[in-house]
Design a protein around this ligand. Structure first.
Ligand code: ATP
Length: 212
């Protein structure tokens, strides 16, 4: 039976002749969360970029709802929301402009009501028209995270979503993840933070994979 989410089969990737992961297989179904763990340089971002369709430098198979990513790239990307560990926003644009742009890229138009509601959710009401370069690091991260609430998705791939976020904000994000998973979303994330999550979740530990 086809999985309801991602299926990773016998994945291999290396950098400069150093194997990052090999024979890596796991499944992430709708309504599940997986944390990709491992020390710095173990390949977490590399893996997430492959699964977000940003790198095709791998061997093995990645399936979404039972079909190879390579054969349904457009459809897959329409269902995925990837937030990388970089800023992910244009500093000269305001939060409102950044989110309008993110929505437009996804084919979502006239979405200001949702954008304002997303900005309220991430605590940025009152900052919506200010250029992002004048916001703090945590506020800039929150602009990026606001995309979670204005771009409908089935799968969130999040690289270090808690970076620069204050303690109360971390707890809030954990709650958002929990709500999304309860509603049938799937989440794959990396974090060096000890995840406090109300549902069961799995850990894929790249640090546990050693190659001679
Ligand atoms: N663009 C690149 N060119 C060459 N090597 C790279 C590139 N990006 C990453 N690497 C190498 O690939 C390895 C894995 O990097 P990656 O960013 O996936 O690790 P990570 O587990 O996400 O680390 P961190 O916890 O520090 O974010 C590292 O040894 C890194 O030097």
């Amino acid at each position: 039976m086809a999985t309801t989410g991602l299926e990773i089969k016998q994945l291999f990737s290396d950098r400069d002749d150093r194997v990052l992961f090999s024979e890596l297989s796991f499944q992430l179904n709708a309504g599940e969360l997986i944390q990709v763990a491992g020390p710095n340089g173990s390949g977490k971002t590399t893996l997430l970029r492959i699964l977000a369709g940003l790198s095709s430098y791998y061997q093995g198979e990645v399936l979404w709802q039972g079909k190879s990513l390579r054969r349904q790239r457009h459809d897959y990307l329409q269902q995925l929301l990837y937030i990388g560990h970089g800023a992910g926003i244009k500093a000269v644009l305001s939060p409102l402009e950044n989110l309008r742009w993110s929505c437009a890229v996804r084919g979502i138009r006239k979405n200001d009501a949702n954008i304002f509601s997303a900005l309220e959710k991430v605590g940025l009401l009152g900052f919506e028209e200010q250029p992002c370069f004048s916001l703090s690091a945590g506020q800039q991260r929150r602009v990026n995270l606001a995309r979670l609430f204005c771009i409908p998705s089935k799968l969130w791939i999040l690289d270090e979503p808690f970076t620069a976020i204050d303690l109360a904000g971390v707890a809030e994000i954990e709650q958002w993840l929990s709500d999304f998973v309860s509603e049938g979303g799937a989440v794959l994330l990396t974090t060096h933070h000890r995840l406090s999550f109300s549902q069961d979740f799995s850990v894929v530990d790249l640090g546990a994979m050693h190659y001679g």
